[in-house]
Design a protein around this ligand. Sequence first.
Ligand code: GLN
Length: 524
Amino acid sequence: MAASLAALLQARGYKVRIRKFDPYLNVDPGTMSPYQHGEVYVTDDGAETDLDLGHYERFSGVSARQSDNVTSGRIYRDIIAKERRGDYLGATVQVIPHVTDAIKAFALDESDDLDFILCEIGGTVGDIESLPFMEAIRQLRNELGRDQTLSIHVTLVPYVTAAGELKTKPTQHSVRELTSLGIQPDVLLCRCEHILPDNERAKIAAFCNVRKEAVIPALDAESIYAVPLQYHAEGLDDEVLRGFGITDSKEPDLSRWYDIVNRYHNPEGEVTVGVIGKYVGLQDAYKSLHEALVHGGMAHKTRVNIKWLDAELFENEDDLVTKLEPMHAILVPGGFGERGSEGKIASIKFARERNIPFFGICLGMQMACLDGARNVSGIENASTSEFGSTDNPVIGLITEWQSKDGTQLRDDDSDLGGTMRLGAYRAKLSDNSHVASVYEAQNIEERHRHRFEVNLAYKDMLESGGLIFSGMSPDGRLPEIVERPDHPWFIGVQFHPELKSRPFDPHPLFASFIGAALKQSRLV
Ligand code: GLN
């Protein structure tokens, strides 16, 4: 919702920033399982954040920052640290005003050059954890004034099939709950599976004390890319501007949205990409990857069918061949831990031997190095220290690296939360490499989230097995990209290019990978 509204405001020429409040107690989602919380989205400045920030970035094109996502855990951590330092000078530290002040400060931080700040509160109205956030919003509305703030409430209008009826009661109840917290919504965005008839819209307006035009039906869209156009057609941005007393805004320029919707809904080709991972049961675990593959397809007006395949099933050769043979390309994404790793390595071997386009991301690149080490260079038991001690740590813990804040040091005893090599780092690409031609550049900057790294002690052996180190950190100490020049498309990257792909600006690696899959689809 916030991402689509931001897109509509931008299309009218406004500068926007979107922020996410997560009421849970983790300091950030970095330590949460992708099964609990979906993917962890990493920003340029190295924050591990909620996956919604990925949507915001893809829809608004504005790179998210650490200051765009906050949790109760982080707010309490900072307040308690201040209390221990004695910063409160003897005061009793309380939810109101200390926690609410911190939330308000977060909402308004770094906003000088903006026209609008959109703050989204996670969870559901009535959650115990979100109460301080609601209270902070109530205070903020009071302090900034009604003409400077607006509340949008997203509600559900369920359809009861047996009765053939839309039910407006849940919306009435959640609005009542919200008003009891002191927040009267100005706009209601009603998620519904069926068209909201005029009389139901009027009923919601009357019971919830909002204008009828401000009851915006939000039917399930054909695709997420169609949502901004749909909300605009229902009048969301007009209503929002009206709430701020802005009556002279020009019509939004939505041409780029029409273009991507057209590319997405009217494909001229089709490819099937197999993604071999561990968290394949929950698509949100690979949200940015999914979107980046779609963007790669948009670049070629091609539909990308993604087959999510559980790496653990590929430890048996027969299954692997039947499942992977129909694929036009194979991708092994990032991940953590040993489970499924043998299946990933076997899939990479299959892609290498059959000349099927292969893309390895982060753990996927590390597994491509283990395939090369074991199956081409003959390094027995080649493994990664992530999976336990090994005689041949082709992948090892990064113990030292250079960041914008100086030298970073880590060891086996370091905390797990927030201690990976995180955020944007530059890399240098080798002349005449495949990646240099894909990027059409010599220097790139990509986002990282990893603790382990290819061990340079094995570089010569891997290279003599045909796996070339074509991208390195600027100091030459960390391998960032490997590729096989004797293969049509075989690239492994230590970073997460999917985090920077946008529908209007597909990432070059994904565009090129889907191009290679298209070529492959014409061969088979
Ligand atoms: N587990 C690997 C590491 O920490 C890869 C991480 C990832 O794929 N994001 O290096």
